[in-house]
Structure formats: structure tokens, C-alpha cells
Design a protein around this ligand. Sequence first.
Ligand code: DC
Length: 222
Amino acid sequence: MNAEEKIIRIAVDGPSGAGKSTIAKAVAARLGIDYIDTGAMYRAVGYKMINEGISVSDKDEVRLRDMLARTDIDFSGGSIILDGKIINDCIRTPEVSKMASDCSALPMVREKLVELQKNMAKSKSVIMDGRDIGTNVIKDAEYKFFMTASAEERAARRYKELAEKGDQSSYEQVLCDIKKRDENDSTRKLNPLRQADDAVLLDTTGMSIDEVVNHILAEVKE
Ligand code: DC
């Protein structure tokens, strides 16, 4: 497919650890289109809140508004850039994961990031992954997928990833964190994690990365 012939927007939603980013990155490379990791954007905001000592409580509302007004998030060369600095690695800690999930429930944060995301997907082909892409950010996406896997398999994948980076968290702790985040992400009032009515469900439990990538490519090329 020549991505310049026609704009295609692919929305990939699903819970933490379902493999969305690995798959979306591979699909983007195969189709020659941009990959936008919206979870990394919530992580960037969470990371900055931790650094500036801003909590999600109402008492910090004014400070958060001020912080968001001077926050610039962009992607370049496969990296996420927060206020001019590459922050790929520092946003993958359990502490930032928790803050990203907590701050993603705040209307002020979602408003800012959803607007940025809509602009990023405005006039070019993209594959964007997150929780509310097919239901909210790109409602009219040409292709929508909802990717999931059992909590145990997702925890095992995340545990392996963290252990390779030297993180000491136990498998039980990672599983418990994943379940808490699932609960947080799918029960929040604003744009909760939900499968869009017109999204294709992909349960990746027991599937290899290649199998999932090929499945998506087959749908898109059809
Ligand atoms: O995909 P991730 O685990 O890196 O996302 C981090 C957090 O950001 C996750 O707990 C939920 C939130 N998020 C969201 O609310 N909406 C999105 N479109 C993407 C992520």
C-alpha cells in the first residue's frame, strides 16, 4: 500500500500490557505511517506532575492548569519529547504508570491531550494506540481494533519487560498493579476504556507478535 495515496487512520485500544505499542509500532513500520503512543503522553504528564510535586487532588488544580499550559509534547524519530527533552525511559517506571493512570481521569488533562492527539491525526496516516482512540479521539478512523489478553498473560509480559530493565517488582505485584489499572481505566467517568461498537476484537492471548501484526495488515490491505 502506498500511504500517500489515501489517508488511513488506525485506532488500537485495549488494556495495559495487551501488546498495543509493540504491535502498533510494527504495523506503522510495515505501512510506512506514523505511530502515536497516546499512553506515553499521559505518562509524560504524570512524570512532570511527579517532578513538580503536583498531586491529582483538587487542591492542586490551579498548579496543574498552570503546568499544562507550559507543557509541550511531541514525537520525533520514534521518541517522545517533553518540553524539548527525550523521556522514553523515565516514563516506564511503576510510579509513573500509577500517576499516568490517576491523572488520565482528570478532565483538564484529557482535554489538553485529546486536542493534541486529534491534531496529530488530522491530515496524515497514523496508527494511534490508547484507551479511547476509537471511541473518542478518532471516532471516524478507517480501521479500529480492540486488543486484549488475559490479565495473567499481560502481567507476565510486563514482568519480563520490567525485570529486563532491572526492576525488582514481583510477578504478583505486577499482576495486582495491572488489575488496579484495568479497574481505574475502565471505570473512570470520562472516556473510559471501552471497545468501540465498530472495532475488531483481537484477543492476543497465546498469539505471537507476528501473528497479530499480520492479522491487522490483512484487514487493512483488504
Ligand atoms: O498505554 P499506557 O499503559 O502507556 O497508558 C498509561 C495510562 O494512560 C493508562 O493507565 C491509561 C491512560 N491512557 C488513557 O487514559 N487514554 C489513552 N488514550 C491512553 C492512555
